[in-house]
Design a protein around this ligand. Structure first.
Ligand code: CP3
Length: 340
């Protein structure tokens, strides 16, 4: 078992910098497209054998040092009773968004083992196959709430902010319910065999710091505090676009803070002190010629030298248009430049 990733999460010395990419299983891979062409994304998410297959693809092809469970953060929102659709080219859609106290009251806090058995089954299948650690994940309550309130993806998050500012009791009741669901869901993943857990806060960066501190952070803290009572698996908190929030995000309770590319990783590592850092190559750097891509990778590894631990990753998900060969070049370069 290659445990370099887990060691880096705990801030222990490693022989080289471990690397994985957010969205490493996905549309940039012809092998994923071949599986996906036969069924819809949601159908795929509910078939453990196929989820296992697409999770393993990037590990087998590129030699990443960690695998991430193939699923989606919104699967747990469907389990809460929300109708969920994925539209080609438009992303996720909730046809009946949460805009009233009655809609909040209708949401259920599901038993994850009963409502999402396919996720736990995938984790168990993967643990039999994998020789690298398996990362389970969820969305952060705030990021999940944006999808429920907006009814899908958004640019300005008007409805979400309006609810938080104008109807704070309704907003907090909603967030509290999502938090309970997410907490149980991550605990179930750890019980099923996930060896690390990442919480994705994709939209954290839309808040002013003082609003982030009251409308998003406390729910993440609560989930992590619950997890600490039952497991010691490393917890990664990725607050996308969060470089102006680090003084808050470092109090979330995570072992590792994920970083997007908008901040120098060395400066961030100084700010977070006792945490390992994960990141932070611009996903578009994978479109550079090999020499320049390698230079960018080397800069990040050098800048992160004094971090308590460094897991190399992209600053956000790999783009579907990426040439898979660039992923291979990047993994190889991370291993080569970081060999100690
Ligand atoms: O390889 C992995 O990283 C594991 C699988 C994974 C997916 N989604 C698969 C997926 C993970 C960890 C996610 C997380 C996720 N899902 C996030 C947080 C990370 C981030 O990107 O900020 C968010 C916000 C979502 C919600 C979501 N799912 C959106 C907005 C979309 C549509 C946009 C897009 O990229 O297509 C999805 C669909 C989705 N999730 C796909 C995959 C492989 C594409 C589905 C397809 O095959 O058509």
């Amino acid at each position: 078992m290659n445990d370099t990733f887990l060691k880096a999460c705990r801030g222990e010395k490693t022989e080289y910098t471990p690397v994985w990419f957010m969205r490493q299983a996905g549309r940039y891979l012809p092998e994923y497209q071949a599986v996906r062409s036969k069924l819809t994304f949601l159908e795929l998410c509910k078939k453990p054998e196929l989820c296992t297959e697409v999770t393993l693809q990037p590990i087998d092809i590129f030699g990443f040092d960690a695998a991430i469970l193939f699923s989606d953060i919104l699967i747990a929102m469907e389990a809460m009773g929300m109708e969920l659709e994925f539209h080609e080219g438009r992303g996720p859609v909730f046809p009946d968004p949460v805009r009233s106290q009655a809609a909040v009251d209708r949401l259920i806090v599901p038993d994850p083992d009963e409502t999402m058995p396919f996720v736990m089954e995938t984790i168990k299948l993967l643990r039999k196959e994998l020789k690298v650690p398996l990362i389970g994940f969820s969305g952060a309550p705030f990021t999940l709430a944006t999808y429920l309130i907006e009814g899908g993806s958004s640019k300005v998050f008007l409805e979400t902010k309006k609810m938080a500012f104008q109807e704070p009791e309704m907003y907090h009741a909603l967030l509290q319910k999502i938090t309970e669901c997410t907490s149980l869901y991550l605990q179930a993943q750890a019980r099923a065999g996930a060896q690390a857990l990442q919480i994705f806060d994709s939209w954290a960066g839309i808040w002013a710091p003082h609003d982030y501190a009251r409308f998003a952070l406390p729910y993440v803290q609560s989930i992590i505090a619950d997890l600490r009572k039952m497991t010691d698996v490393p917890i990664i908190y990725f607050a996308n676009n969060g470089s102006t929030l680090i003084n808050h995000t470092k109090t979330a309770g995570a072992d590792v803070l994920g970083l997007d590319w908008r901040i120098n990783i060395g400066e961030a590592a100084k700010m977070v002190g006792d945490h390992a850092v994960q990141g932070n190559l611009d996903p578009v750097a994978l479109f550079l010629p090999q020499k320049e891509l390698e230079q960018q990778i080397k800069t990040i590894i050098d800048d992160a030298q004094d971090a308590k631990g460094h897991i190399f990753n992209l600053g956000h998900g790999i783009l579907p248009q990426t040439d898979p060969d660039k992923a291979r070049i990047a993994v190889e370069a991370v291993h080569r430049f970081s060999a100690r």
